[in-house]
Write a protein that binds this ligand. Sequence first.
Ligand SMILES: [Zn+2]
Length: 172
Amino acid sequence: MGISTSLALDSKGRPVVSYYESQQQDLKLLHCGTPDCNDGTPVRAATVTTSVHLPDHTPAPCIVSGCRAQGAPVGAVVHDQATVTSNDAAKTPTGSARFAYYAGNLGCSGAPASIEVVVLSGAGNVTTAESSSTAPLTAGDYSYRTQYLPDAAAKALGFVTTPGPCEGLKVQ
Ligand SMILES: [Zn+2]
Protein backbone atom coordinates (compact mmCIF):
# COMPACT_ATOMS: atom_id res chain seq x y z
CA MET A 1 0.00 0.00 0.00
CA GLY A 2 1.03 3.55 -0.56
CA ILE A 3 1.05 6.67 1.51
CA SER A 4 -1.85 8.71 2.90
CA THR A 5 -4.13 5.83 3.70
CA SER A 6 -7.54 6.44 5.16
CA LEU A 7 -10.10 4.00 6.47
CA ALA A 8 -13.86 4.28 6.68
CA LEU A 9 -16.72 1.84 7.17
CA ASP A 10 -19.63 1.49 4.80
CA SER A 11 -23.25 1.20 5.89
CA LYS A 12 -22.79 -2.49 6.74
CA GLY A 13 -19.61 -2.02 8.73
CA ARG A 14 -17.35 -3.27 5.97
CA PRO A 15 -14.05 -1.43 5.63
CA VAL A 16 -13.37 0.93 2.75
CA VAL A 17 -9.70 1.82 2.45
CA SER A 18 -8.41 4.57 0.20
CA TYR A 19 -4.75 5.23 -0.42
CA TYR A 20 -2.43 6.93 -2.85
CA GLU A 21 -0.06 4.71 -4.74
CA SER A 22 3.08 6.79 -4.56
CA GLN A 23 4.53 5.75 -7.90
CA GLN A 24 1.55 6.75 -9.99
CA GLN A 25 -0.09 9.21 -7.59
CA ASP A 26 -3.44 7.61 -8.26
CA LEU A 27 -6.01 7.41 -5.52
CA LYS A 28 -6.98 3.78 -5.03
CA LEU A 29 -9.96 2.37 -3.20
CA LEU A 30 -10.45 -1.04 -1.62
CA HIS A 31 -13.88 -2.21 -0.51
CA CYS A 32 -13.98 -5.28 1.71
CA GLY A 33 -16.75 -7.86 1.66
CA THR A 34 -16.80 -8.34 5.44
CA PRO A 35 -15.75 -6.37 8.53
CA ASP A 36 -12.48 -8.26 8.78
CA CYS A 37 -11.69 -8.00 5.05
CA ASN A 38 -10.90 -11.68 5.14
CA ASP A 39 -13.78 -13.79 3.83
CA GLY A 40 -12.16 -14.54 0.50
CA THR A 41 -14.54 -12.22 -1.33
CA PRO A 42 -12.67 -10.68 -4.25
CA VAL A 43 -12.02 -7.01 -3.60
CA ARG A 44 -13.47 -4.89 -6.36
CA ALA A 45 -11.33 -1.83 -6.83
CA ALA A 46 -11.50 0.69 -9.62
CA THR A 47 -8.70 3.03 -10.59
CA VAL A 48 -9.48 6.30 -12.34
CA THR A 49 -6.87 7.85 -14.61
CA THR A 50 -7.37 10.98 -16.67
CA SER A 51 -5.75 12.94 -19.45
CA VAL A 52 -6.46 16.34 -20.95
CA HIS A 53 -6.84 15.87 -24.71
CA LEU A 54 -6.38 18.15 -27.68
CA PRO A 55 -9.10 18.05 -30.40
CA ASP A 56 -7.39 15.14 -32.20
CA HIS A 57 -7.49 13.12 -28.93
CA THR A 58 -3.75 13.25 -28.36
CA PRO A 59 -2.84 14.17 -24.77
CA ALA A 60 -1.72 17.73 -24.19
CA PRO A 61 2.04 17.62 -23.40
CA CYS A 62 3.10 17.18 -19.78
CA ILE A 63 4.82 20.24 -18.32
CA VAL A 64 5.25 19.12 -14.69
CA SER A 65 7.13 16.03 -13.55
CA GLY A 66 4.81 13.07 -13.19
CA CYS A 67 2.37 14.84 -15.52
CA ARG A 68 0.54 16.55 -12.70
CA ALA A 69 0.00 19.38 -15.16
CA GLN A 70 -0.30 19.51 -18.91
CA GLY A 71 0.25 22.50 -21.16
CA ALA A 72 -1.54 24.01 -24.15
CA PRO A 73 -1.16 27.20 -26.18
CA VAL A 74 -3.50 30.19 -25.90
CA GLY A 75 -6.61 29.52 -27.93
CA ALA A 76 -6.45 25.77 -27.44
CA VAL A 77 -9.67 23.79 -27.24
CA VAL A 78 -9.42 20.78 -24.94
CA HIS A 79 -11.50 18.02 -23.41
CA ASP A 80 -10.80 15.54 -20.65
CA GLN A 81 -10.69 11.76 -20.92
CA ALA A 82 -11.34 9.44 -17.98
CA THR A 83 -10.35 5.78 -17.95
CA VAL A 84 -11.75 3.49 -15.27
CA THR A 85 -9.94 0.19 -14.75
CA SER A 86 -11.22 -2.67 -12.59
CA ASN A 87 -8.86 -4.92 -10.67
CA ASP A 88 -10.92 -7.88 -11.88
CA ALA A 89 -10.63 -8.59 -15.61
CA ALA A 90 -14.11 -10.16 -15.66
CA LYS A 91 -15.94 -7.27 -13.97
CA THR A 92 -16.66 -4.18 -16.06
CA PRO A 93 -16.78 -0.83 -14.24
CA THR A 94 -19.93 0.50 -15.89
CA GLY A 95 -21.61 3.76 -14.93
CA SER A 96 -20.58 7.35 -15.49
CA ALA A 97 -17.63 9.68 -15.18
CA ARG A 98 -18.22 13.01 -13.47
CA PHE A 99 -15.95 15.74 -14.82
CA ALA A 100 -15.49 18.81 -12.60
CA TYR A 101 -13.75 21.63 -14.46
CA TYR A 102 -12.01 24.46 -12.62
CA ALA A 103 -10.84 27.80 -14.01
CA GLY A 104 -8.18 29.92 -12.31
CA ASN A 105 -6.07 27.24 -10.62
CA LEU A 106 -4.15 24.01 -11.28
CA GLY A 107 -5.26 22.36 -8.04
CA CYS A 108 -9.00 21.73 -8.41
CA SER A 109 -9.72 24.20 -5.62
CA GLY A 110 -12.84 26.26 -5.11
CA ALA A 111 -16.14 25.72 -6.85
CA PRO A 112 -16.01 24.04 -10.27
CA ALA A 113 -16.76 26.26 -13.26
CA SER A 114 -18.74 23.35 -14.69
CA ILE A 115 -19.69 19.77 -13.89
CA GLU A 116 -20.56 17.20 -16.53
CA VAL A 117 -21.59 13.56 -16.12
CA VAL A 118 -20.89 11.27 -19.11
CA VAL A 119 -21.83 7.60 -19.45
CA LEU A 120 -18.78 5.31 -19.66
CA SER A 121 -18.39 2.85 -22.51
CA GLY A 122 -16.10 -0.11 -22.85
CA ALA A 123 -15.74 -3.80 -22.17
CA GLY A 124 -13.66 -6.15 -20.10
CA ASN A 125 -12.16 -4.33 -17.16
CA VAL A 126 -11.74 -0.91 -18.80
CA THR A 127 -14.30 1.79 -19.56
CA THR A 128 -13.74 5.34 -20.79
CA ALA A 129 -15.61 8.60 -21.24
CA GLU A 130 -14.76 12.06 -22.52
CA SER A 131 -16.01 15.45 -21.47
CA SER A 132 -17.29 17.95 -23.98
CA SER A 133 -14.82 20.46 -25.41
CA THR A 134 -14.00 23.81 -23.85
CA ALA A 135 -14.30 27.11 -25.66
CA PRO A 136 -10.92 28.44 -26.92
CA LEU A 137 -8.92 29.01 -23.72
CA THR A 138 -7.28 32.23 -22.63
CA ALA A 139 -3.92 32.22 -20.82
CA GLY A 140 -4.14 30.93 -17.29
CA ASP A 141 -4.52 27.91 -15.06
CA TYR A 142 -7.27 25.30 -15.32
CA SER A 143 -7.87 21.87 -13.82
CA TYR A 144 -10.11 18.81 -13.97
CA ARG A 145 -11.08 16.35 -11.29
CA THR A 146 -12.90 13.22 -12.37
CA GLN A 147 -14.91 10.77 -10.34
CA TYR A 148 -16.19 7.28 -11.20
CA LEU A 149 -19.90 6.87 -10.44
CA PRO A 150 -20.88 3.18 -10.64
CA ASP A 151 -24.33 2.33 -11.99
CA ALA A 152 -26.65 -0.18 -10.29
CA ALA A 153 -25.07 -3.13 -12.09
CA ALA A 154 -21.58 -2.08 -11.06
CA LYS A 155 -22.65 -1.43 -7.48
CA ALA A 156 -24.02 -4.97 -7.39
CA LEU A 157 -20.54 -6.16 -8.37
CA GLY A 158 -19.03 -4.23 -5.45
CA PHE A 159 -17.83 -1.07 -7.17
CA VAL A 160 -18.10 2.17 -5.23
CA THR A 161 -17.83 5.85 -6.13
CA THR A 162 -14.13 6.42 -6.76
CA PRO A 163 -12.27 9.72 -7.11
CA GLY A 164 -9.56 10.29 -9.67
CA PRO A 165 -6.55 12.56 -9.43
CA CYS A 166 -6.62 16.32 -9.96
CA GLU A 167 -4.99 17.24 -13.26
CA GLY A 168 -3.83 20.72 -14.04
CA LEU A 169 -3.72 22.48 -17.40
CA LYS A 170 -1.58 25.56 -17.94
CA VAL A 171 -2.49 27.64 -20.99
CA GLN A 172 0.33 29.96 -22.03
ZN1 LIG B 1 -10.13 12.64 -26.43
